[in-house]
Design a protein around this ligand. Structure first.
Ligand code: G
Ligand code: G
Ligand code: NA
Length: 252
């Protein structure tokens, strides 16, 4: 309860921060995108992971306000980077399914794009598989697609029946979950799973990116099997905006 009250005040107290993790195209040898990751710098508890406070934010409804704050901040930041670097990158922002329940959501997103001047084609939204998604939520995702925003399925392969998900949902990209990547050197089943998921992406004409890549062996295996877009500590850890600009300027 106390945590919930504190979370409600986190925005006005300036306790929320966004860090950025580069996404690399191994064929180009360049950064091609950036994921925005939320951090809560709690006054007494220190940094708290979104994995630990997003469920609470969803429960108490603050997720709508927090989600809007992250989206605006990330779009504004990407527009600023685009002014400073010649090659435009994409920005991925995580979305809670609960944000799609807000009937003004699509309108809010378009307003943020207009306000920040970021073109929709440079924005991607990441959403975790959820079979229980309602028709209205699917409609909201379709509207985002119509605006020109890309939709990526996060943690692909770890939740519900992924294939029927792809048939129903207006997605453009799959994010290969880090649990499979972790097993590249040790687990035949994880390797088989990765190959199967890459094949699914190809069949459905979807883009694919692997997350949680920590070693050269993992990166080599992914690239050799057709997944050249990679996000993970092997290349870059999440970093602040200033460090991100330096990484971009070095990469492009
Ligand atoms: O960065 P970290 O590994 O701590 O993130 C943990 C989880 O929190 C990840 O699954 C990530 O997708 C999710 N997450 C990070 N930032 C946001 C955000 O702004 N909104 C939502 N809904 N989830 C986020
Ligand atoms: O599921 P999602 O893509 O949102 O997860 C992103 C989270 O994964 C971030 O919190 C980020 O800090 C974390 N992450 C990113 N790269 C790596 C990695 O190489 N190894 C591990 N263990 N975590 C990573
Ligand atoms: Na994500």
């Amino acid at each position: 309860l106390e945590m919930g009250n504190h979370l409600r005040q986190s925005l006005e107290r300036n306790e929320l921060e966004i860090v950025y993790q580069p996404q690399v195209d191994c064929h180009l040898g360049q950064i091609v995108g950036v994921e925005a990751l939320l951090r809560w710098n709690h006054t007494t508890k220190g940094y708290i992971s979104p994995a630990d406070f997003i469920p609470l934010a969803e429960e108490i409804g603050t997720i709508v306000e927090i989600g809007e704050w992250v989206l605006r901040g990330a779009c504004k930041q990407m527009k600023a980077w685009q002014r400073e670097t010649a090659t435009p990158l994409t920005i991925s922002v995580n979305l809670s399914v609960k944000q799609l329940n807000d009937e003004r959501f699509v309108e809010t997103v378009s307003r943020i794009l207009a306000e920040t001047g970021l073109e929709a084609k440079y924005l991607e939204m990441e959403i975790t598989e959820n079979v229980a998604m309602k028709d209205e939520q699917l409609d909201a995702l379709r509207c985002l697609r119509l605006l020109g925003i890309a939709i990526s399925v996060d943690d692909f392969g770890t939740h519900y029946s992924s294939l029927s998900y792809l048939k129903r949902f207006p997605v453009t990209k799959i994010k290969l979950d880090q649990s499979f990547v972790r097993g590249v050197q040790t687990d035949d089943k994880d390797r088989a799973m990765i190959i199967a998921i890459i094949s699914v992406a190809t069949s459905f004409q979807l883009k694919i990116i692997a997350e949680g890549v920590e070693t050269e062996e993992q990166a080599r295996f992914l690239v050799a099997n057709g997944c050249s877009h990679i996000q993970g500590f092997y290349f870059f850890r999440p970093m602040n905006a200033e460090q991100m600009l330096a990484a971009m300027q070095e990469s492009l």
